[in-house]
Design a protein around this ligand. Structure first.
Ligand SMILES: Nc1ncnc2c1ncn2[C@@H]1O[C@H](COP(=O)(O)OP(=O)(O)O)[C@@H](O)[C@H]1O
Ligand SMILES: [Mg+2]
Length: 499
């Protein structure tokens, strides 16, 4: 490794109101390396790197880029000088073309007299897309017409068109398909070969250990430790991330089902478009029933239908023997549902944590469901915040201000708090860190032992195998295969039936 420092951050601190996002953070990155940043949700990874990339300013501290004092005025300014960042959230404007996004704020470079030479701009943008291997995206397309992955790829093309010396990739890969990931990995490797620097932020410990040369761990806005490649050790890294040892198994470690004969939910011959094709299933008391498959196999639609959030075209389903016609009836039968797209479906982000949690628990602290007793409500909500260690100022904070993992905890506690008998969880641990994941798995295991039932829809094979009593593999709207819990069950066994 060449020892020239490209990135140097010294004693950086940043507060958002009462939240201390960064507390005296110092770290550096060198030429020719991929530095990994890892830490639980809210540990300060995005804040520290986005300050370096010009998105916001620190309260205290110093920064250096290639040995010189560094104070970018904006992201565009930073990018022009050689520091680019692929942000976690969407970084494109929906209503304009891909080319205009790629050259946002740069159109004066394409001026011919008083007019923008659009033809040249489109050609240059297409070149940028082609160069990263995303030539299937056409520069003249309106960005709104692209899916999430292609929008991300066009952001990457935008950053790479400026040939940066430092590239920050913030939690981008987990949301992409293998093809999208491969493009990013290719860019990372190329930058390393060209003696440049990549700062790679990911939740996926295996991925980060494989791709990175060094690894810096953040916790609660502080640097805990930097591991060199020789020191990489998954257990030690995890321990430093959460500040305590993860004891026992991550998933449940038993292979005995407590599921009884009693069927709590039964679906019969459900049909809906190309998503559900004569699908039938039974969920038993005390059972975790896993549903796996490729993302378009229909499993996400199944979750919605079983909570009556969407109606099937044909077929019936019953809960405790009763037909369910709408969400209110589902809730009356003590069902809960955490949607995959939590910001849109499971949460109201423009409301407080308290309002989000209490809306599902009304009957637990309100008289006749309308007269809310504030002290009881507060006690109920605070208990949920405490149980799942939701990181917030207090329960009056808006959900929109929380990190992804903490939002997910709110979505989860909405239902666990009210003691739901049946939970439909659609990708409940997507985008949450391992500490939260473990807490969720423990809660699920506990619910199961209390005789409650869980339908676990997931794209993560390890989670399905690790948690389910029984696993239904879906393909093209049908149940392709039923697999029973067993220590011998492998990811390959499951995948065979998905594709
Ligand atoms: N714009 C903001 N307003 C208020 N709080 C914020 C904002 N951005 C980040 N935070 C808070 O700062 C802390 C660090 O957040 P972040 O850097 O996004 O964490 P990470 O990327 O490691 O998940 C969290 O507690 C988060 O809620
Ligand atoms: Mg982040």
């Amino acid at each position: 490794m060449n020892k020239t420092k490209t990135v140097e951050i010294k004693h950086m601190s940043k507060r958002f109101g009462p939240t201390v996002a960064l507390n005296d953070v110092s770290f550096e990155a060198y030429r020719g390396e991929i530095l990994g940043l890892i830490g639980e949700n809210g540990s300060g990874k995005s804040t520290s790197t986005s300050i370096f990339a010009g998105m916001q300013a620190a309260d205290e501290g110093e920064m250096f880029f290639l040995g010189e004092a560094w104070a970018p005025k904006s992201m565009t300014d930073a990018l022009k000088q050689g520091v680019g960042m692929i942000v976690q959230e969407s970084g494109t404007v929906a209503g304009i073309t891909v080319a205009e996004n790629i050259f946002l704020g740069e159109t004066k470079e394409f001026m011919r007299g008083p007019f923008v030479d659009r033809k040249r701009m489109f050609a240059e943008a297409q070149k940028a897309l082609d160069q990263i291997g995303a030539g299937h995206i056409r520069a003249e397309m309106v960005t709104a017409a692209l899916d999430f992955q292609d929008r991300k790829l066009s952001e990457i093309a935008k950053v790479m068109a400026q040939n940066p010396t430092v590239l920050v990739v913030d939690e981008t890969t987990t949301a992409l398909s293998q093809m999208g990931r491969d493009i990013i990995y290719g860019i990372m490797n190329r930058m390393k070969e060209e003696d440049k620097t990549v700062i790679f932020i990911s939740h996926d410990l295996d991925e980060i250990m494989e791709k990175c040369d060094r690894l810096t761990v953040l916790r609660d806005g502080q640097i805990i430790r930097t591991f060199t490649k020789e020191e990489f050790d998954a257990d030690q890294i995890r321990t430093s991330m959460i500040g305590r040892e993860l004891s026992g198994s991550f998933y449940r470690n038993d292979f005995d089902s407590v599921a009884g004969e009693e069927v709590v939910l039964e679906a019969d011959d459900l049909c809906l478009g190309n998503q559900l094709d004569h699908l039938s299933l039974k969920l038993h008391a005390g059972e975790i029933l896993g549903i796996g498959g490729l993302s378009h196999c229909g499993m996400h639609t199944l979750g919605k239908v079983l909570f009556a959030a969407e109606m099937p075209e044909a077929g019936t389903f019953t809960v405790h023997g009763k037909t369910i016609r709408n969400e209110a009836e589902a809730m009356r039968e003590s069902m809960g549902y955490v949607a995959k797209d939590r910001d849109v479906e499971s949460l109201c982000v423009d409301a407080s944590i308290k309002d989000n949690i209490s809306v599902a628990g009304l009957d637990k602290f309100a008289v006749k469901n309308f007269l809310i007793l504030p002290s009881k409500e507060k006690k109920y909500v605070d208990a949920q915040v405490e149980a799942l260690r939701i990181k917030c100022r207090d329960a009056d904070q808006y959900v929109s201000a929380l990190s992804g993992g903490n939002k997910q905890k709110v979505a989860f506690s909405k239902w666990t708090g009210r003691d739901s008998e049946i939970l439909i969880l659609d990708c409940p641990t997507r985008g949450v860190d391992i500490g939260v994941k473990q807490a969720m798995y423990q809660l699920m295991d506990q619910m199961r032992k209390e005789g409650k039932s869980i339908l676990l829809i997931s794209e993560e094979m390890a989670e399905l195998i690790g948690m389910s009593d029984r696993l239904l593999v879906m393909k093209d709207g049908k149940v392709q295969k039923e697999l029973l819990r067993s220590p011998a069950l492998s990811e390959a066994d499951v995948i065979t039936y998905m594709i």
